[in-house]
Design a protein around this ligand. Structure first.
Ligand SMILES: [Zn+2]
Length: 115
């Protein structure tokens, strides 16, 4: 769970950051249609934003570089209070009026990938 301050998240949330929860796609069940919009991440991977076609709320993202992972937009959950951010990513791109949460581990861009 973490806050992303990247430009894409700022623009698509119309705010200073987006609250994101990465979960195994297999753990999620959903019904109903979604609308999608694709863009390129810094990594070169394709990020697909998935929206409710009725109200336009962005509900989750998928990244072609992380198959099997779904990134939920925490503020759209039925219970958004389950969201407990542990990290702030793209902290270097945070706006002056929406600084990274000091209670989170901060990364200039993305955390280094394990390996
Ligand atoms: Zn982002």
């Amino acid at each position: 769970m973490g806050n992303c301050h990247c430009v894409d998240c700022r623009k698509s949330s119309a705010s200073g950051h987006m609250a994101l929860m990465a979960v195994p796609e297999a753990a999620i069940s959903m019904k109903g249609a979604v609308s999608t919009f694709e863009l390129k991440a810094d990594s070169g991977a394709t990020v697909t934003h998935n929206f409710c076609p009725n109200c336009g709320s962005q509900m989750f993202n998928k990244n072609s570089g992380s198959p099997g992972v779904m990134v939920l937009i925490a503020s759209t959950l039925d219970d958004p209070e389950i969201y407990k951010p542990a990290v702030s990513v793209y902290a270097s791109r945070a706006l002056s009026w929406d600084q990274p949460d000091p209670n989170t581990q901060q990364f200039e861009t993305m955390p280094p990938q394990g390996g």
